[in-house]
Design a protein around this ligand. Structure first.
Ligand SMILES: Cc1ncc(COP(=O)(O)O)c(C=O)c1O
Length: 418
């Protein structure tokens, strides 16, 4: 009997902007095509790089005769969450010494954001107004908003972050937005390597941000998606987070080990919790365990074992840090080369912002019509925000990308105007 499907009324979901760009790129037959948006660190061949050290440590773990594949505890491998917490806060952090900081192993950084959002939705400010608005930077990258919405957070607002005139970060509009945010709002902040702009607040900016947040009783939810890949030094990349902890803030921080360990498919992340007292940490962790039971039951072991081994072995740790430094230097070199090519082509205006930004991402400052032009006529694919992942520009595509940007900036784009 041909019964009507129970899903007959299911509409096809719209692909995300990232998926739309990838699909268009795959269909494009041009030999010059370039896809400039993704969240992986890409090597010269355009692959998410597997660090040589990662392969070596994986083999070591697999050949250990004592390895078992039993379920991990609900909160994750204890040595992993301890190491992840120490990497974020520093081994000598008073919050660790006082047993009021700890982690929960998650499915990558996305899982950490989801678990953090669930905790906020269920337990933040339970006696008061519950979880109020959650603020994201504008522009905001990746799928952070969708992940928050997936946990039932519907009041998502934005704070100003990117200054289009300066083509960089501006602290004043952000401070103004924080001043008028309702008390106890949750503010999502990239600790470093801001996605998608690569524009970083200075330490003095962070001090002003913290001062307003403390006075207005705003709650920080930090994201640390690629610790070490912004400044080449994991401690420097966590400076803002450590500063907030030193001021006594309670906070959440979603850590990802996908990019800085090249472990995308192993889904390694941690939700870091810093609370006022150790008893509160135990209570919140116990609620996190209940939520994890309902979400994914137990976390996967492979990648977490690898990260733990590297972070606790001085020789491997030094090798990992050196790998980060090399990756960061390569990113800076690509930025320098792009800026130099644009200068040689005679592009109007300075493009210093390309080298002033840090990490994987760069906000070019191109307008929506200039982006449209690049996508429609130059086979260069990037999102409407004009932000790119610099490691997606290889030696093979650099000239074409630079020439296309030059054309986009100098042509009359009447037909691309909305
Ligand atoms: C900049 C950035 N990269 C990557 C991710 C995803 O990380 P993961 O692959 O570990 O889930 C996120 C999560 O929001 C992010 O903000």
């Amino acid at each position: 009997m041909a019964a009507l499907s129970s899903f007959a009324d299911t509409p096809t979901a719209q692909p995300s902007e990232e998926d739309r760009l990838s699909l268009a790129f795959l269909k494009d037959r041009s030999t010059e095509k370039a896809l400039l948006w993704c969240t992986e660190y890409l090597n010269e061949e355009g692959h998410g790089s597997l660090l040589p050290m990662t392969r070596k440590v994986m083999l070591q773990i697999c050949s250990d005769p004592t390895l078992t594949l039993d379920y991990l505890p609900t909160l994750g491998l204890p040595e992993f969450t301890r190491s992840a917490t120490e990497l974020a806060l520093g081994r000598d952090s008073p919050a660790i010494r006082e047993n009021r900081a700890g982690g929960v192993q998650t499915l990558g950084g996305t899982g950490a954001i989801r678990l953090g959002a669930e905790l906020l939705q269920h337990w933040y400010n339970v006696g008061g107004a519950r979880c109020g608005p959650v603020y994201l930077s504008s522009p905001s990258g990746g799928s952070v908003a969708a992940t928050l919405q997936g946990a039932g957070i519907s009041d998502i607002r934005s704070y100003r972050y990117w200054d289009p005139d300066k083509k960089g970060f501006s602290v004043e509009p952000l401070l103004e937005d924080l001043e008028v945010a309702p008390e106890q709002s949750v503010i999502v902040l990239y600790a470093s390597a801001h996605c998608p702009t690569g524009a970083e607040p200075s330490q003095s900016d962070w001090k002003q941000i913290a001062e307003v947040m403390r006075r207005r009783r705003l709650f920080p939810f930090f994201l640390l998606p690629s610790q070490g890949l912004c400044w080449g030094d994991p401690a420097q990349d966590a400076w803002s987070l450590r500063y907030f902890v030193s001021l006594g803030f309670e906070l959440l921080c979603a850590q990802s080990f996908s990019t800085n360990f090249g472990l995308y498919s192993d889904r390694v992340g941690s939700l870091l919790l810093v609370l006022k007292h150790s008893s509160l940490l135990l209570a919140v962790q116990s609620q996190a365990a209940s939520l994890v039971h309902a979400l994914w039951s137990r976390p996967p072991g492979g990648g977490a074992r690898l990260v733990t081994m590297v972070l606790n072995n001085p020789a491997l740790l030094a090798e990992w840090k050196e790998g980060l430094r090399v990756m960061v230097e390569r990113g800076m070199l690509i930025r320098e080369k792009l800026k130099e090519r644009l200068r040689m082509l005679g592009i109007p205006e300075f493009w210093d912002h390309v080298t002033q930004q840090r990490g994987l991402y760069c906000c070019t400052g191109l307008t929506e019509e200039q982006v449209q032009f690049l996508v429609m006529t130059c086979h260069v694919y990037l999102p409407a925000s004009g932000c790119v992942n610099v490691t997606a520009i290889s030696g093979r595509t650099l000239d074409h990308v630079a020439e296309s940007i030059y054309l986009a900036v100098t042509s009359d784009l009447q037909e691309y105007r909305h």
